[in-house]
Design a protein around this ligand. Structure first.
Ligand SMILES: Nc1ncnc2c1ncn2[C@@H]1O[C@H](COP(=O)(O)OP(=O)(O)O)[C@@H](O)[C@H]1O
Ligand SMILES: O=P(O)(O)OC[C@H](O)CO
Length: 499
């Protein structure tokens, strides 16, 4: 019988399910978007029931498209939007509130207060993260404070917390397994990435009962069996990884110095730094890239909140393009004499600046600036932000390595943007043949666990380049363009400086 791995890729804007065959080829895809809720300025929520329903529906869709049943599935790998926080009732399985999404800024003041209390270094030392509303910890504290009865129920051990992977796992196993993997745990602001355990000290500071937390496992591990009531049969749930970490695996970045950057709604660049965590002096995150056989491999991560979202804004907010791909066509035709710079800090600005209250700005407007120059400025901003990250990475990780960026995500389809990226970085940009790197990473981990796929080394050899974009801009032009961006960011941060 043909056998597959089922990868569940639960993202920020859609749920996807993909069946991979023995050759790592995606043979069937199910995909459904779900609603984004914006109940107040800077707040972003998802309905966990919709996340669940779209996950199940897309798994059924993918099976149907492949003409398969669950009996064809050797194992399931889960990958997910990270940090997004759900708390549910252990008895009923019902969430006590909508999921608070990673982009949500409602805990900005709380984070500021913790910083003023001098606690940031304590969090950074243990978790490798910074005090920013992006991470789960302060979102959990918010739910316990503001959802009626939540604190008492949590103290009584009646509630469970999870990032989306844990919530899905709980549902997929019929409420039997409450677990997560080390990569998702490393995004909560509660997990000690050096000792590989939840930090009692940080739980105390945020006043979060430990009984809420899931068990932390390797990325490839025994996560229990699928409840037969869901897809009409059972199989092993064999892997979990946060989506950016799964993409790191899918891009086969297994050696220190290897780096990938995923361009979806936001952009997340991860540099493998090996078995020893590297502390950033440049406001990057130290995070777990993957954990196999109890051994974590660490990464430096740069997180940019707005990448493809800037293109969405051109399309849905300004209405100056009809579809995402048009942004590249416009950028190509933009007047080189116009120097429009966009700082797309729509939801604050992430690495390496980290200002939750900053908002976006556009500079250099003349009467001749129009849709084409706006499109170029939006795409340019993604390239400049990536250069910010790589500059910070070079400062933090000084071991010698060749800077080659492996790219993926929806925006990596844009030839103009990828060429511009290579030009602005002054380094090659490699786009793989496989466009499904995140799901592939989750599938590979599940296949590794179940024996469906071979070793890491064999998998690495299967990575294939679709195209290399080589830098073609002179160093002088590259640096001049980047200096304009740096100046624009400086002005924007000054305008909105919150402290
Ligand atoms: N050809 C393109 N040029 C520029 N941006 C693109 C292109 N195709 C898709 N995008 C952008 O990529 C994003 C979708 O990528 P995807 O990886 O599916 O994101 P996510 O997983 O965050 O939902 C959208 O924000 C879209 O605007
Ligand atoms: O769902 P994506 O692809 O936008 O990724 C979101 C990240 O995991 C947030 O940290």
């Amino acid at each position: 019988m043909t056998r597959y791995i089922l990868a569940i890729d639960q993202g920020t804007t859609s749920s996807r399910a993909i069946l991979f065959d023995q050759n790592y080829t995606p043979v069937a895809v199910g995909q459904q978007e779900f609603r984004q809720h914006f109940p107040a300025s800077g707040w972003v929520e998802h309905n966990p029931e919709e996340i669940w329903e779209t996950t199940v529906a897309t798994a059924k869709e993918a099976l149907k498209k492949a003409g398969a049943t669950i009996n064809y599935i050797a194992g399931i790998g889960i990958t997910n939007q990270r940090e997004t926080t759900v708390i549910w009732d252990r008895e009923t399985g019902k969430p006590i509130h909508n999921a608070i999404v990673w982009q949500d800024r409602r805990t900005a003041d709380f984070c500021q207060k913790l910083k003023e209390d001098g606690l940031e270094s304590q969090f950074a030392k243990r978790t490798g993260l910074l005090l920013d509303p992006y991470f789960s910890g302060t979102k959990i504290a918010w739910l316990l404070k503001y959802v009626e009865g939540a604190r008492e129920a949590a103290e009584a051990g009646k509630l469970a917390f999870g990032t989306i992977d844990s919530f899905l796992l709980w549902r997929l196993t019929g409420g039997k397994v409450h677990a997560t993997d080390a990569t998702n745990a490393s995004r909560t602001l509660l997990y000690d990435i050096h000792r590989n355990e939840w930090s009692d000290e940080l739980l105390d500071i945020l006043d979060i009962p430990k009984s809420l937390l899931p068990e932390v496992k390797d990325c490839a591990a025994d996560y229990g069996m699928l409840d037969p009531a869901i897809l009409g049969g059972s199989t092993k749930i064999a892997a979990i990884a946060g989506d950016q970490q799964a993409a790191t695996v899918g891009q086969a970045c297994f050696q220190p110095g290897m780096m990938k950057s995923t361009y979806g709604t936001g952009c997340f660049a991860l540099l493998n730094t090996g078995a020893v965590p590297v502390t950033s002096n440049n406001k990057l995150l130290t995070t777990i890239a993957y954990q196999l056989d109890g051994k974590p491999t660490y990464a430096l991560e740069g997180s940019i909140f707005v990448a493809g979202a800037a293109v969405q804004w051109l399309r849905d907010g300004l209405g100056i393009i009809e579809h995402a791909a048009q942004s590249g066509e416009f950028a190509k035709m933009a007047d080189p004499g116009q120097r429009v710079i966009m700082v797309p800090a729509f939801v604050g600005i992430g690495a390496p600046y980290w200002d939750a209250n900053c908002r976006g700005a556009i500079y250099g407007l003349t009467r001749a600036a129009g849709p084409k120059e706006f499109a170029r400025a939006a795409l340019d901003s993604v390239c400049f932000q990536t250069r910010d990250l790589l500059t910070a990475m070079r400062g933090d990780f000084t071991e010698s390595y060749e800077t080659v960026l492996r790219v993926d995500g929806g925006m990596s389809a844009s030839e103009w943007t990828m060429q511009r990226l290579a030009d602005i970085l002054g380094a090659p940009v490699d786009r793989p043949v496989s466009a499904e790197t995140t799901a592939l990473g989750a599938a590979y981990l599940a296949g590794l666990q179940t024996g469906f796929y071979p070793s890491v080394d064999e998998f690495s050899k299967s990575w294939r380049r679709d195209r290399r974009f080589s830098p073609s801009l002179s160093a002088q032009d590259r640096d001049a363009a980047y200096a304009e961006w740096q100046d624009a960011v400086r002005r924007t941060l000054t305008n909105y400086r919150s402290d």
